[in-house]
Design a protein around this ligand. Structure first.
Ligand code: NAD
Length: 491
């Protein structure tokens, strides 16, 4: 069975052509809200990766993007953004059925993806080198040079936005791209290829294919002719990719997992904390790397906070995104099993589920929004990434202890502070080990703000102007103008 509202078979986009998999295989794509198959995609394997890398290499060698006037390259990237916007409603329906998001959420995804192209399209002609003074007789300058073929591997939770931010940065800086979309929800990424085609992006500059991680992903990461890797996904896969990258000494951007905590100081606005926490842990059913999966609360306001958040969780509607519910499905049956197992283990280790804790019966992969109180730092639920709608609440008595608890995991992606006192906010922000700190609103930021991890959450930055620096390497050019220092021009 397939879903007639959308295209039922999707091909890979390689060298400017839509093609079947070299070995003819396909991957069945399921709607996580119903468990039913909605489409099939061509299953790329090593042979398709070879083709895609060769197409990207040929385009890079031809210098098409590098030799364009930056303004022209910028216009091309801006046009991709415009095309993405024109496709937004179509993308939203596909993403809703393929990924489980609400229609509104999926439309926001499409618009955010479009915005990455407009943001980086506007930056294309603003990437500048430096002149370095060496004294009379010399000219020395730096050039921000692209790496070449950027291999990009994307996870299933926000495939479109994550792909868009990396592809946009790569094109803006003159790189060519081979992107592997996630096998669990690949469909929205094809629209980037569609938008590139419509925008007249030269064939081979952007190649998008779908395959399983263990064959297609591994073949891409270990391919002898790539120059750069952008990986977003789990720590374990990231480590495998880093091992492959080490063989060829490739630069990598690693956007990995998180176990981020918000600290609630006693003067915080508790209405604000409740709303921000609900958004921080329950949006996209908690399948967000930067989710606020822990709340570290001062003892004075702890009881009230637990009560408020449990009530908020219990009030949320659960169901298919297409029906506009608050909480959609998890991506797959195995993901639901994993999340529920984390909850069972938390209870066994002594945490109290003050809301939720179990899956919903029936079709689809739905998990109740869950809040655990009485969580101590040794518990698995305090340390490991669940990647579901599950919040762990910890308690603190003094500010140093709050920082220690918040920093007390192997991860360091995001952190938060809730307080009305700016001194407290700065004090805590200085001490939190994280790539991004939110004060009084989880997810405060956007396309413009640099994002990335510390510790096991990875390294390198995506988003904002900062990200561009990860897609270029500085080349220094030193010129001796004459045979003697300080000589006058001849003639
Ligand atoms: P995953 O690591 O299982 O898969 C991510 C991608 O890697 C998929 O496309 C997969 O096919 C591919 N892959 C799997 N094995 C591979 C291999 N051996 N070689 C090459 N590629 C391989 O992660 P997931 O389950 O899809 O996503 C969830 C994880 O991603 C979570 O840990 C989450 O925190 C993280 N994530 C991080 C960010 C961020 O920006 N920091 C954003 C979203 C998700």
């Amino acid at each position: 069975m397939t879903d007639t509202r959308i295209k039922t078979y999707w091909q890979n986009y390689i060298g400017g052509r839509w093609i079947d998999a070299a070995e003819g295989g396909r991957i069945a794509i399921e709607n996580p809200a119903t468990g039913e198959q909605i489409a099939e995609v061509a299953r790329a394997t090593r042979a398709d990766v070879d083709l895609a890398v060769a197409a990207a290499r040929a385009r890079f060698k031809a210098r098409t993007l590098i030799d364009m006037r930056p303004m022209t390259r910028g216009r091309m990237v801006l046009e991709i953004g415009r095309q993405m916007e024109l496709l937004a409603d179509e993308i939203a329906l596909v993403e809703c059925l393929d990924n489980g998001k609400t229609l509104g959420g999926a439309k926001n995804e499409a618009m955010a993806a479009s915005r990455y192209f407009t943001y980086y399209g506007g930056a294309t002609d603003k990437l500048e080198g430096r002149m370095i003074p060496l004294g009379a007789g010399y000219v020395d300058y730096t050039v921000p040079a692209p790496f070449g073929v950027s291999a990009q591997i994307v996870p299933w939770n926000f495939p479109l936005q994550i792909a868009a931010r990396s592809v946009a940065c790569a094109l803006a800086t003159g790189n060519c791209v081979v992107l592997k979309s996630p096998e669990l929800s690949p469909l929205s990424c094809y629209f980037i290829a569609e938008a590139c085609e419509r925008a007249g992006v030269p064939a081979g500059a952007v190649n998008i294919l779908c395959g399983y991680g263990h064959d297609c992903g591994a073949a891409l990461a270990s391919h002898p002719d790539i120059d750069h890797i952008v990986f977003t996904g789990s720590v374990k896969t990231g480590q495998n990719i880093l091992r492959a990258a080490a063989e060829r000494v490739l630069p990598c951007i690693m956007e990995l997992g998180g176990k981020s905590a918000g600290i609630v100081f006693p003067d915080a606005d508790l209405d604000q904390v409740t709303a921000s926490t609900a958004a921080g842990i329950f949006s996209n059913a908690g399948q967000v790397c930067s989710a606020q999966s822990r709340l570290v609360v001062h003892r004075k306001v702890h009881a009230e906070m637990v009560e408020r958040i449990a009530a908020k969780a219990a009030s949320l509607s659960i169901g298919p995104g297409i029906e506009g519910k608050d909480i959609g499905p998890l991506i797959s049956g195995p993901q639901l099993d994993k999340v529920e197992a984390f909850c069972l283990a938390a209870e066994q280790q002594g945490a109290q589920a003050v809301s939720g804790g179990r899956r919903l019966g029936g079709p689809g992969h739905f998990m109740q929004p869950t809040v655990f109180a009485g969580v101590t730092p040794d518990m698995t639920i305090a340390r490991e990434e669940v990647f579901g709608p599950v919040l762990a609440i910890q308690i603190f008595d003094d500010p140093e202890q709050a920082i220690e608890l918040a920093n007390g995991t192997e991860y360091g992606l995001c952190a938060g502070v809730y307080t009305k006192d700016l001194r407290t906010a700065h004090w805590a922000a200085d001490r939190l080990v994280a790539g991004q700190v939110f004060v009084n609103e989880w997810f405060a930021g956007g396309v413009e703000t640099p994002f990335g991890g510390t510790k096991r959450s990875g390294y390198g930055r995506e988003k904002g102007q900062e990200a561009l620096l990860n897609y270029v390497q500085t080349k220094n050019i030193g010129i001796r103008l004459d045979s003697g220092a300080g000589g006058r021009p001849g003639g």
